[in-house]
Design a protein around this ligand. Structure first.
Ligand SMILES: NC(=O)c1ccc[n+]([C@@H]2O[C@H](COP(=O)([O-])OP(=O)(O)OC[C@H]3O[C@@H](n4cnc5c(N)ncnc54)[C@H](OP(=O)(O)O)[C@@H]3O)[C@@H](O)[C@H]2O)c1
Length: 222
């Protein structure tokens, strides 16, 4: 599925020993300072960071860089009905360094788009389905000059990428907790594959062990 001309995608996440990226209440404070530093380093190496609407609503992240000097990058949010609050940190925090792109559908009325554009947000409309058309979005982003994206979840957006086998690389930190709960968000949500043989396969190329934490890096298996 990677013959299409789309950006290089690196999935980055911290998960518990039992594969959750947040508790059932949405608490996702899994990384320690050393882990954050590595994630921020990775952010300096890409053209954009992408998250789903759920992550904006739960965490209200700034998606900025601490610890390093940097020229900035795009922050991209997938939000099919354009509902994230206009005072979300991705909109109000430092757009001059981290310009924000919201990818939505063609169903959103112009007057709604304008409210976000007036805040300096660039809007991309991809598809007229219930959800943002991911392939269309990625093709538009590539044409726009975005060659690499750090995908920072959450679980539902991760599934859409996995479903179409769009992940080139994974950086995954295993944090020392088990939180349980079927309502807790897993690294990858969605309906899942029925057979292992049809699921995307990855090749482990780096393992870093720190006190309590392990970071694994994988590449797509061709
Ligand atoms: N530990 C970590 O590393 C980490 C990282 C990130 C997030 N998280 C946690 O993950 C949780 C959020 O995960 P989540 O699964 O609820 O939300 P999510 O994956 O961030 O966002 C999913 C939403 O994005 C929108 N979307 C638009 N187009 C989509 C598409 N093509 N495919 C999939 N989604 C699309 C959908 O809402 P519409 O249909 O309304 O557009 C969908 O419900 C939070 O608790 C957060 O703290 C943890």
């Amino acid at each position: 599925m990677k013959e299409i001309n789309i950006p290089y995608i690196i999935l980055s996440a911290a998960m518990t020993i039992d594969g959750k990226i947040a508790t059932k209440k949405g608490d996702s404070e899994l990384s320690n300072k050393a882990d954050w530093k590595e994630v921020h380093k990775l952010r300096t190496e890409v053209d954009a960071i992408m998250v789903g609407k759920g992550t904006i609503l739960k965490d209200n992240p700034k998606l900025h860089i601490k610890y390093y000097n940097h020229r900035g990058y795009y922050r991209i949010v997938l939000d099919s009905h354009l509902t994230i609050p206009l005072d979300s940190n991705v909109i109000s925090f430092r757009q001059e360094i981290y310009p924000t792109i919201i990818c939505t559908t063609e169903n959103v009325p112009l007057n709604k788009l304008k409210k976000y554009e007036d805040k300096g947000v660039k809007i991309i409309q991809a598809g007229d389905g219930k959800r943002v058309n991911l392939i269309k979005t990625l093709t538009i982003l590539k044409d726009f000059g975005i060659n690499s994206i750090l995908l920072e979840g959450g679980g539902n957006l991760n599934w859409s990428f996995i479903e179409y086998n769009l992940i080139d690389e994974i950086r995954l930190t295993i944090a020392p907790w088990i939180v349980g709960g079927k309502e807790a968000t897993s690294l990858v949500e969605g309906i899942g594959f029925e057979k292992i043989s049809t699921a995307p396969k990855f090749e482990l190329f780096d393992v870093k062990v720190r006190i309590y934490y392990i970071t694994l890096r994988y590449k797509r298996k061709q």
